[in-house]
Design a protein around this ligand. Sequence first.
Ligand code: UD1
Ligand code: CA
Length: 454
Amino acid sequence: MTPRSCLAIVLAAGEGTRMRSARPKVLHAIAGQSLLAHVLAAVAKAGVRTTAAVIGPGQDAVAAEVARVCPGAAVFLQQERRGTAHAVLAAKAAIAQQPDDILVVYGDTPLIRPATLQRLRAPLADGAAIAVLGFRPADPAGYGRLIMSGDDLVAIREEADASASERKIDFCNGGIMALSGASALAILERIANHNRKGEFYLTDAVEIARSMALRCVAIEVEEDDVRGINTKSQLAEAEAVAQQRLREAALEAGVTLIAPETVHLCADTKFGRDVVVEPYVVFGEKVTVEDGAVIHSFSHLVGAHVGKGASVGPFARLRPGTQLGDSSHIGNFVEVKAALIEAGAKANHLSYIGDATVGANANIGAGTITCNYDGTDKHRTAIGKDAFIGSNSALVAPVEIGDGAYIASGSVITANVPANALALARARQVVKEGWATRLRSLKSLGKKKAHSRD
Ligand code: UD1
Ligand code: CA
């Protein structure tokens, strides 16, 4: 049997005024990725190959996010916000291609799981015209209510249009709907706007399908799958659920999280085997940690690749473009940006390494700074393998330190240093015997000109 084809329509129009933000609602993020990206990823992971997104006027940033996450998706414009059915019909050209199944997913429902979308499609293969996700929220206020008759879904009543007894129903519409492609267009085109809000409600599709002698069903899921986001408070709740899921997945994959509830992950964080993450670590976007690496407490990593057996932190900051080689060490209060730290190299204390390469087994002393910025442009520092950079050195880029070279502590290096050379760039030490004793005796005599005498 050939698998049923499926079109997903992601509704992403609307500003989300209750977010109190200049940003369109679906571009707010949880676990480091936009709500829209989460939804598009779930759709793709559910095996859906054809995706259409419906956006509102002027939402170029939303269209750009669709293109970034799902380059093949068609983008349709809903000129006026006239209801969820009206939004779905903005993608009429895609529906007219007659896919076997159509999934309508709201862009503000980021916790939807691929397996849940697959479950929702299953009844269509058995002849149902419509399947919706139902759930029993702690507080049903604001949700459409599912009116059931045995296993059959009879109608969805929006709260504003519900009778007092219908409002008592606790089985609610999760807002995600699967429609059989064979009847979808005929049903959708019959939806009218005869309701309190004067909108074209997608939810009316159920009663229309029933009037056409078609079957509708509801699939019950946990509230977390269908949590819709309208406010910052709901965004924070969804973040907590997403973090919980990511931590569980990491533990399941064999990562040691000593205090999982204190580790903040990103949807795209990747771990190898036998990685240890100590308490209080933040992973931003695009971080990969290879086998056996240890991330010590209070470290913050974004856009970084941590090689096998490497050690990071405590209190390390890895910024985008950081690549740590195998068994390298980045210690406390060390910041690294756009730098390649090759295998076995060490920067253990209080350093800034930016726009640099550090060769294998080089040692970067405490307090070393790569001075990469001249106020206008960024410049690179290249440090060769086995080089030894003495503590408190400033390497003024662009500059190259050859393999095996030594930099004396406290140097300000402004010119290239050849391989295996020693560079000293600091004032020569002056020692004045007995100076302090003389100073004290002068002071004790009450004379004030101690400094000028010498
Ligand atoms: C909707 C459902 C309700 C369900 C709830 C679940 C309808 C009529 N009601 O209500 O039964 O319990 O979701 O969260 O469907 N949108 C557009 N264009 C429009 C209108 C909406 O793109 O003209 C998009 C919104 O951006 C949003 C989604 O559709 O992503 C849902 O719209 P919203 O107004 O939030 O519906 P609810 O009132 O929450
Ligand atoms: Ca909503």
